[in-house]
Design a protein around this ligand. Structure first.
Ligand SMILES: [Zn+2]
Length: 439
């Protein structure tokens, strides 16, 4: 065995099947050996994690970085610094809100140019399916996007148009031919109403009912089955769609789903009037819905929890008028995903193994980074987070690295304090050493 450059050891190292005292040996950016706690090599530097948890670096496959073009909303530097501070070592950037969007090969190249040398963690890229861009899908996939996103309702920005069933009937055979994953913002316009406007959260919630999601999921099950295309439902909020997904999965339809920390932590009943920092689409729903989402995670129907970090300048949240219908929808939480989910997980009887599956392993698998990311195993990149599961902290917006600090988590007391994040064997400091991950 060749000599390691660094050993990280601790009493609670989260391995794929167990949590145990181990030493993780790292050489040339990779994990080369996972030994007993006392397996040290004379003269080799050792990081002692003690009682802290040593977990794979988190993988977040749903992040809106918004650059180039809307860099005032976020940007690669601030987003990846926030990721690192939250124990995240891989993010995958969404194809919209940047100008140009990642819906053409040229758009992807512009994106790569913008991201290069700006990233503190590794970054992958989604492409987009919009009306009329089917010919761009194969070149983008060949150039390395991890898959493609589409919207079934207006996305909120003009340059990323939503698709209809007719558009999907054109794109999905091509995606099946490529073996590419289609990820879907699953709300259909039919059941969505204009609402009454104003600061009442209930009225906003009623304007985007569960039916919009349920019908969209039904459509995607039907199309996935018909075209044999892999489909993934992003940010599932309606728990009523879980039985639809469960049945389809049991029948062999290639459909998966994710949900987000805000749907698992907050409840509609508790959103204060005018608190537009809670606005996202689909919306945060009722307490009983939240508990059913946890049931969907428990039985595996929902496989991953990702941030859907979607920030904007504070003024776009219209905090003064508190108008939920007009405010920008999106919650910024890239840095807080680990403590928010852990806070919920620990009092529901789940383990660190469940947490790791939802935050690391399954997201890595979803975008085919699994041989490299998402587990502490020989051959994987030495992406690791050391954190204290028992320490608590109060969320103070000024400590967030996101470009904009407005967050519904302000003042929340959360469990789980990130201490150190390692990217490919190097502690993340002030050098942007992130790679562009092209599939
Ligand atoms: Zn999103």
């Amino acid at each position: 065995m060749s000599r390691p450059d660094l050993i990280i050891r601790g009493q609670r190292v989260v391995l794929p099947e167990t949590i145990a005292p181990r030493s993780v040996h790292i050489r040339e950016e990779r994990i080369v050996f996972v030994g007993d706690y006392d397996d040290l090599v004379e003269g080799c530097e050792v990081v002692e994690a003690g009682e802290s948890v040593v977990m794979p670096g988190l993988v977040d496959t749903h992040v809106h970085i918004n650059a180039p073009g809307r860099t005032e909303w976020e940007g690669f530097r601030t987003a990846t610094l926030a990721a690192a501070a939250g124990g995240v070592t891989t993010v995958v950037d969404m194809p919209l809100n940047s100008v140009p969007p990642t819906t053409t090969l040229a758009g992807l190249f512009t994106k790569l140019e913008t991201a290069r040398d700006e990233c503190f963690v590794d970054v992958g890229f989604w492409g987009g399916v919009v009306p009329g861009n089917t010919a761009e899908l194969a070149p983008m996939f060949a150039a390395g996007v991890v898959g493609f996103k589409c919207f079934l309702v207006p996305s909120g920005v003009d340059e990323f148009e939503h698709v209809t069933e007719a558009d999907l009937r054109e794109a999905m055979p091509e995606l099946a031919r490529l073996g590419a994953l289609l990820i879907v913002h699953a709300e259909l316009p039919g059941p969505i109403t204009e609402g009454d406007g104003g600061a009442d959260y209930r009225s906003f919630l009623d304007s985007r009912p569960r039916a919009a999601e349920n019908e969209a999921v039904e459509l995607m099950v039907r199309l996935s089955r018909e075209f044999d295309t892999r489909v993934h439902i992003v940010h599932l909020s309606s728990a009523d769609a879980i039985p639809i997904l469960r049945r389809a999965q049991a029948e062999g339809v290639k459909i998966t789903a994710e949900t987000c920390p805000h749907y698992l932590h907050f409840a509609a009943e508790e959103v204060p009037a005018g608190a537009t920092e809670f606005k996202c689409c689909p919306p945060i729903r009722e307490r009983d819905n939240r508990e059913e989402l946890w049931d969907g995670l428990r039985d595996g129907t929902i496989g991953l929890i990702v941030s859907d970090h979607s920030p904007c300048p504070g003024e776009m949240k219209l905090r003064e008028s508190g108008d939920f219908m007009k405010a920008w929808g999106g919650i910024a939480s890239l840095q807080l995903r680990l403590p928010v989910v852990w806070t919920e997980v620990r009092h529901r009887g789940f383990s660190l193994l469940d947490l790791t599956r939802w935050l690391c392993t399954n997201p890595a698998r979803q975008v085919s980074f699994e041989p490299q990311k998402g587990s502490i195993a020989v051959g994987h990149d030495a992406d690791l987070v050391l954190w204290n599961p028992d320490a608590q902290f109060t969320v103070t917006p000024s400590t967030l690295q996101h470009r904009h600090k407005l967050t519904p988590y302000a003042g929340e007391v959360l469990s789980g304090v990130v201490q150190q994040t390692f990217l490919r064997g190097k502690k993340i400091t002030d050098a942007p050493l992130g790679h562009m991950l092209l599939r």
